[in-house]
Design a protein around this ligand. Structure first.
Ligand SMILES: [Zn+2]
Length: 489
């Protein structure tokens, strides 16, 4: 058993990339070269990885595609000046005065459903919709009264760090096999929620969105997703890794800064478990792979939205949400680390383009596009060797918006019984989405906010936090959170 959660990083330095020199006066934590073992060559070169630690011991990874950082001419700030207590050390309860060992969240077993439910009580501490000037995901702004940002440097390209208030966390030394009973009753097993939750910032620009990312920057995000997936899957006791994004206040997002999350689950999530049951039954009956049959049959059907050299986007035959689209590689691969460079390049163009189409799916009364609230997540193969061959990488994106100003509420049948009734048909969704994508293509990509950004200068000029010097801030050192309700149903 490992007692460390330090993420393994490939020791292989990439050809032509030198390890960046450390900055004077910075701690001696080594900046890591970008690994190449899981990063096949493509049109866009691999971004440079710099690994660091936040003040409380959490991991922080900078993924840089800007030239001075890729070449090692410039380096990232490695120290975190905040006076945060090390979360892995024993702490004193302010009320009782007692010393406690750090403990992660627990999860209880629901006998009626066979599901493990994490009880992440510390998550109740989150900041809700902080003012832009106090965004903890924006680059640091020297001179600002706000000083609880999660990323110490004054700029970054893409950054990944461990969530400050995780739903799943394994403190060092925790026995992941430990199990006990609630109230002494064998009926209610309890375990540590020994997984891991990371946050990925897609852009330093507070106003950006994934739809506005350049192919180069999107490629860096894909590299970060793939490398974090490989690193998290290598940890002991991880069943599956799920990179996802919640976008829009309608989804319950507490921070508008463009970011996503990466969950490493200690148990197979219910949706994957159901998918694997279906795939196993299909194979037993038909001898073929269900997920491959679905992609190949949809590719020849009426619900295709877009097809490129390596990817296909379609509305699935039994879509349940008012807006839903699946994005799948044409090649059968288990997860993001298995993609080739060419497949990553293709995805880096297609995915933001698809999102621009989705942002035109609904129009307001004046005919203007309404940015779509959505949940988008990557279904990747579980770690269980018996299940990996049944799985196939695909992205599912859906929205709860059913009309301008109207949301689909999960009411009695959906919430109470898990029995879904769709308000539309997948064919109608496909027809509208194809038209919206054509409109988005005709409009062209927006001026990429990252196109001129991220040389060694200060934060992006369009960043609200840095553009409003002296703006009143709401520093809340105890509660600022980088979490969004990642488990919003
Ligand atoms: Zn921000």
């Amino acid at each position: 058993m490992t007692d460390s959660f330090v993420t393994p990083i490939s020791p292989q330095p990439p050809t032509g990339h030198s390890t960046p020199a450390e900055q004077p006066g910075q701690p001696s934590r080594a900046a890591q070269p970008a690994p190449t073992s899981s990063e096949p060559e493509g049109q866009h070169g691999p971004a440079r990885l710099t690994a660091s630690k936040l003040a409380d011991g959490r991991d922080l990874f900078y993924y840089d595609d800007s030239p001075p950082y890729v070449t090692g001419q410039a380096t990232r700030r490695l120290d975190d000046p905040r006076p945060l207590p090390d979360r892995t050390k024993p702490f004193r309860d302010p009320d009782s005065g007692q010393i406690h060992q750090p403990a992660g969240p627990e999860m209880r077993f629901d006998q009626l459903t066979g599901e493990w439910i994490p009880m992440a009580s510390q998550r109740m501490n989150r900041t809700f919709l902080p003012a832009a000037a106090s965004c903890p995901l924006c680059p640091a702004t020297p001179g600002s009264a706000y000083s609880d940002g999660e990323i110490p440097d004054t700029d970054y390209d893409v950054a990944v760090f461990e969530n400050r208030f995780p739903s799943y966390w394994r403190p060092p030394g925790q026995d992941i096999d430990a199990q006990w009973s609630l109230d002494g009753q064998a009926l209610w097993p309890v375990r540590h929620a020994s997984g891991r939750c990371e946050v990925i910032c897609f852009s330093p620009d507070h106003q950006a969105s994934v739809a506005s990312l350049s192919p180069q920057r999107m490629r860096t995000v894909i590299q970060a997703w793939a490398e974090r997936t490989a690193a998290l899957m290598a940890l002991e006791g991880i069943a599956q890794v799920f990179p996802f994004e919640n976008r829009g206040p309608e989804i319950g997002v507490t921070l508008p800064h463009p970011h996503g999350q990466i969950y490493a689950y200690p148990e197979l999530p219910p949706k994957t478990a159901a998918m694997m049951r279906q795939a196993a039954a299909w194979r037993a009956t038909n001898g073929s792979k269900l997920l491959t049959e679905l992609v190949e049959t949809e590719a020849a059907g009426p619900r295709v939205i877009a097809q490129t050299e390596h990817w296909i986007a379609y509305v699935p035959a039994a879509a349940r949400w008012p807006v839903e689209v699946h994005l799948s590689p044409l090649r059968d691969v288990p997860d993001l680390p298995a993609l080739t460079g060419a497949e990553c390049d293709d995805l880096a163009s297609l995915y933001p383009r698809l999102l621009r189409g989705l942002d035109r799916f609904f129009l307001d009364d004046a005919g203007q596009p309404l940015p779509l609230p959505y949940i988008s997540g990557w279904h990747q193969a579980p770690s269980d060797p018996a299940l990996r061959d049944l799985a196939r990488l695909h992205l599912q994106l859906f929205s709860i918006r059913r009309a301008p100003g109207k949301l689909k509420y999960l009411a009695g049948s959906e919430s109470g019984m898990g029995a879904w009734i769709s308000d539309t048909t997948p064919e109608r969704i496909a027809t509208r989405l194809r038209a919206a994508l054509a409109e988005a293509d005709a409009a062209g990509p927006p001026a990429a906010p990252d196109s001129q950004a991220t040389l060694a200068g200060p934060a992006s000029t369009s960043d609200v936090g840095s553009a409003v010097p002296g703006h009143s801030t709401t520093p809340d050192h105890g509660a600022a959170s980088t979490e969004t309700p990642g488990d919003t149903p």
